[in-house]
Design a protein around this ligand. Structure first.
Ligand SMILES: Cc1cc2nc3c(=O)[nH]c(=O)nc-3n(C[C@H](O)[C@H](O)[C@H](O)COP(=O)(O)OP(=O)(O)OC[C@H]3O[C@@H](n4cnc5c(N)ncnc54)[C@H](O)[C@@H]3O)c2cc1C
Ligand code: SF4
Length: 334
């Protein structure tokens, strides 16, 4: 059995207090959500915080609240099982319930929170090795070294963001509320990510993700989340696609497509969306958008998946996700 290293658990009552604790122990403290990711990393000796600021003691941080006028609000300590089984999500935001239901295993979804899922670290086999494995390879950028073992001669870290919830939420235009000791701010979810495999979140260490907000779905719109993984039981996505389409007659009024598993941050596709907007939803338009997605994704070969295969899978799954949206809207593009 691998034991956890010693640490002190701090129990804030509010997010402000939690942020103050992080500030007071800067460099030594980290946030604890459901612990499914961070405790495993601590056991492997990948990260060794002296203090864990446990958000489970923050009151009122676990809720799913939907109002037809204001949209959806999710407290950051809401578990993935609560999202998967939420009646509101199943009826109004089925892609979110579906994405939540595809994270890891039942046990992980019971413990794992939406805040932790969106804030999770990037992944790479070289970084996630046991402490013995770490001694056998020279330290790479993500372990304060000066090489990358994935991209030889690379000048940065290419570790992958592989969260399932981010692309589904980004497709729906979600924002997140970030709390700090001095106040709070609301930012589009896609801007939470820095695009740097080494330090994936563009947040200060004392910033805490407090809430996720999703606008009311526009009329005549539908969304889909598709995930390709090696093992259908428990696995991170090789590629995940979140898509939302709004139609006006035969024309696409709006299209938002986001990917996971293709780079150090979830990717909101610009060109694919542009191609679809304001044109008739034909098989040709869908194919064009899917091809543009594969080009924009530009993945590298990583974690046993060749870049060419991943690009092809982006094309296939973007096409299928768009078709799924249209099927839900009872629109046949043929
Ligand atoms: C075997 C296995 C399979 C997995 N499969 C998947 C998968 O298929 N898809 C997927 O998306 N994930 C997967 N995961 C990753 C993880 O379990 C989930 O993403 C989970 O939702 C993380 O949530 P948590 O609350 O447990 O996070 P924690 O482990 O508590 O935290 C994760 C990180 O986020 C930070 N953090 C937590 N909450 C906040 C907050 N509110 N504000 C700021 N920072 C915060 C922590 O400091 C830590 O760095 C898997 C993990 C394992 C071990
Ligand atoms: S992508 Fe390269 S730098 Fe980043 S964790 Fe992996 S080996 Fe290290």
């Amino acid at each position: 059995m691998i034991r956890l290293p010693p640490f002190e658990r701090l129990r804030p009552n509010t997010f402000t207090e939690a942020s103050q604790m992080l500030e007071a122990h800067e460099g030594e403290a980290m946030v604890l959500g459901g612990g499914t990711d961070i405790l495993a990393k601590m056991k492997k000796g990948i990260t060794q915080p002296r203090y864990l600021v446990d958000l489970s003691t923050v009151s009122g941080a676990r809720y799913v609240d939907y109002k037809e006028k204001d949209g959806l609000r999710i407290g950051s300590m809401t578990t993935l099982t609560e999202l998967e089984t939420s009646r509101v999500l199943q009826e109004r935001f089925p892609l979110l319930a579906k994405a939540a239901g595809q994270v890891g295993s039942r046990q992980l979804r019971n413990m794992g929170t939406i805040g932790g899922n969106l804030s999770q670290d990037t992944r790479c086999w070289y970084y996630l090795q046991s402490s013995f494995g770490q001694k056998c390879t020279p330290p790479c950028f993500k372990r304060s070294g000066d090489v990358c073992h994935v991209v030889k001669g690379g000048d940065r870290c290419y570790a992958l963001f592989m969260g399932d919830m981010a692309p589904a939420l980004i497709a729906l235009g979600a924002t997140v509320k970030i709390c700090e000791s001095q106040g709070e701010k609301v930012i589009p979810l896609e801007t939470l990510y820095a695009g740097d495999g080494n330090r994936p979140l563009g947040l200060e260490p004392h910033h805490i993700l407090a809430e996720v907000e999703v606008p009311v779905p526009p009329p005549n719109s539908a969304g889909a989340y598709l995930k390709l993984r090696q093992r259908s039981s428990v696995d991170f996505p090789i590629v995940g696609v979140g898509a939302m389409i709004q139609l006006e007659g035969k024309n696409c009024l709006d299209a938002r497509i986001a990917l996971t598993g293709v780079g150090p941050a979830p990717l909101l596709l610009q060109e694919a969306g542009e191609i679809l907007r304001q044109q008739e939803m034909s098989p040709e338009a869908i194919l064009q958008a899917a091809q543009a997605a594969a080009k924009e994704a530009s993945p590298v070969s990583h974690m046993g998946v060749p870049a060419g295969y991943k690009r092809e899978m982006v094309k296939v799954h973007v096409k299928r996700a768009l078709e799924k949206c249209l099927e839900k809207l009872n629109y046949d593009p043929k």
